[in-house]
Design a protein. Structure first.
Length: 103
């Protein structure tokens, strides 16, 4: 070889379940689906609006774990956005500079 290295873009994908999900993602989706199934068993005669409300836990949890390009999933994207918004916006220069040091 001539010292050229190629690192695949999806190197972390092998750490995910089915290449898309972490265990917490499957837990979130499983809880949403379980709540939906229980609610479907409890409420027998329902209208269309009631059916939509009953399906909401599965739909919301499915939306949170759906894969998004350049991010792991929507839940990770929302976490990154909230972290960016909540953290400090003023950044102080602390690097190598001829004025940064003792006089």
């Amino acid at each position: 070889m001539d010292q050229n290295y190629l690192i695949p873009a999806n190197t972390k994908k092998s750490k995910l379940i089915l290449g898309f999900f972490t265990p917490i993602d499957l837990i979130i989706f499983g809880v949403g689906v379980t709540i939906t199934v229980i609610m479907l068993l409890i409420f027998q005669g329902m209208t269309f609006n009631m059916a939509i409300l009953i399906l909401m836990p599965a739909l919301i949890s499915g939306f949170l774990v759906i894969p998004v390009p350049n991010y792991h999933n929507v839940l990770q994207l929302i976490t990154n956005i909230v972290t960016f918004i909540m953290n400090r916006k003023r950044y102080y220069w602390k690097g190598w500079c001829y004025k940064d040091g003792e006089k």
